[in-house]
Design a protein around this ligand. Structure first.
Ligand code: M6R
Length: 361
């Protein structure tokens, strides 16, 4: 049932405020400025002994994991990184007893992720799941975890599950942080930020008509570049994947800081750039990158917290706490991908060559 929408993708994009509400529900503990995650199976002593966090997932879930790794480093001060599960399982990685492994998957059935989890467990590692589908193979195989509670996602192209997974990671990061050395003050600040998310998502989705007009303009592009740095980079990666999957326009994501090491050679009027420009410590650096692009007659669409004069157009999104900004900044770009695909007459819910869950090698 599409509930009045023409595609599941459109429906799922518009379900995000409710979905985020669900992942937060019943988990916030105001007394201790933390969150309760019932199924984690990790006591405080164990949480304090973790030396590293390694996050494994594929596709969009990998991108959500990249955001999660940054949140865990920032809030819990534990070194953390994300890697495609499909790479990890083939490189005979060193399995370390003091590392917490986290497997991320919407379906809970992705074979590369499941195989990585099984290999890790065989070697005695502790593995948590950040999974959407309750009782799925990865959820069953993991030692514990956090359910994402996005609800059923039908469109092959993941949208609401991505957003909810990033929120689930914020909860995990806050929980680990408050069990370790994150202050009460910062805990409160993050909780307040989390509570603002659903309303801010609704606000972003109200800009759909404007974004649709932009999409109709960009649908003529043969290729697009997505840039961001630190918090903005995984957002750029995910936005680039969304556009490719659903519109078949070639897109590439790059850290803004790496532009001068190669991709600047590509800049010309026919290659538009989407720049993720959060209002954080790196704002000036991002402005400088946009200037480099402008100087070479590149066209720029910015996603930012205030109008960017270096950009040709800006989609303004509401500001949250710095650590939580990545949760929101990709949402307008889901709509951009959607409307670009619509303008090009693509099969939005079932892009060619793709399957909703990849249960084979
Ligand atoms: O079910 P999973 O989250 O494990 O799926 C992983 C990827 O196959 C998935 O995210 C894929 O990249 C989607 N088509 C993204 O829109």
């Amino acid at each position: 049932d599409m509930g009045g929408h023409d595609t599941y993708m459109h429906k799922e994009i518009h379900e995000q405020a409710d979905a985020v509400d669900r992942v937060l529900r019943g988990r916030i503990d105001d007394r201790f400025s933390t969150v309760h995650l019932g199924g984690l199976n990790l006591d405080a002593r164990e949480a304090r002994q973790i030396r590293r966090v390694k996050i494994l997932g594929c596709g969009t879930s990998y991108h959500a994991g990249m955001i999660g790794a940054q949140m865990i480093e920032e809030l819990a001060r534990i070194p953390a990184d994300a890697e495609p599960a499909s790479e990890f399982r083939y490189r005979n990685a060193v399995v370390d007893p003091d590392t917490l492994y986290v497997a991320v998957s919407q379906s809970g059935e992705t074979y590369d992720v499941l195989a990585a989890v099984q290999e890790l467990k065989r070697k005695g590692a502790r593995v948590l799941g950040v999974v959407n589908v309750v009782g799925s193979a990865i959820a069953r195989e993991a030692d514990g975890g956090v359910y994402v509670h996005a609800g059923p996602e039908v469109c092959v192209v993941s949208t609401k599950c991505f957003t909810n997974t990033t929120v689930a990671f914020a909860l995990l990061a806050l929980h680990l942080g408050r069990t370790r050395d994150l202050s009460v003050r910062d805990g409160k600040r993050i909780i307040e930020g989390l509570r603002r998310l659903p309303e801010q998502i609704t606000e972003i989705l109200k800009q759909e008509e404007e974004i649709k007009a932009l999409a109709e303009e960009y649908a003529a592009a043969r290729s697009m570049l997505f840039i961001g740095r630190v918090r903005g980079y995984p957002v750029a990666r995910e936005a680039s994947l969304k556009l490719k999957e659903v519109s078949y326009i070639h897109a590439e994501a790059y850290p803004a800081s790496e532009l001068k090491h190669g991709p600047l050679a590509l800049i010309e009027p026919a290659l538009p750039t989407v720049a993720i420009v959060p209002d954080d410590d790196l704002l000036e650096k991002n402005r400088a990158a946009m200037e480099e692009i402008k100087a070479r007659s590149g066209k720029i669409l910015a996603v930012a917290h205030q109008d960017q004069e270096k950009a040709d157009q800006t989609i303004v999104v509401p500001k949250n706490e710095d650590e939580l900004d990545p949760i929101l900044m990709g949402i307008p770009l889901q709509l951009l991908a959607y409307h670009t695909a619509l303008a090009l007459g693509r099969d939005i819910d079932k892009p060619r060559n793709l399957a909703k869950s990849v249960t084979v090698e």
